[in-house]
Design a protein around this ligand. Sequence first.
Ligand SMILES: [Mg+2]
Length: 138
Amino acid sequence: MDHLADFKPADEKMPVIAVDFDQVISDDHEGWLKVMLTLEKIGFQVIVVTFRGPNDWPEDLDFLREKGYKVYTTHQMAKRQYCARKGIYPKIWIDDSPESILFDYDNMRGFYTDRYSGTDFCLKVEENALPESKSSID
Ligand SMILES: [Mg+2]
C-alpha cells in the first residue's frame, strides 16, 4: 500500500494528530498505517511523536519516514512542550502513555512500566507539576 498516492500536502490549517510509536504503531505497523491514512483522508495532518531520542534505534522509524511521515523524537522531553517549541500544536494525541505528553520523563508521576524490560520502577514527581484537579484526587 502506497499511502502517498492519496497524500495531500501539509497545510498549516489542517489539524494535526500526533501518534506515538512505541506500543502504538510498533504493535501493528500495517494496521496503524491504514489508520493514519484514514486520518489523512478525513483532513488531518498525521505526525509521529516519540519519547525516544534521535539515536534510539532510529531504523525502527525508517518505514514511517519512507512513507513521508514526519517523525519527531523528543528525547524524553514532554511531547506537548517539545512540539510547541517547534510551532506544532496537535489537536489530538494518540498515545499509550498520555503522561508523556505533559511531563518530561524525569517528572512523570508514579509508576512507569519499562515495557522493554517488563520492570516497574518509580519516578519522582514534583507535586507542583500536577494540575490542581490531579492533586486533589490524592
Ligand atoms: Mg508509547
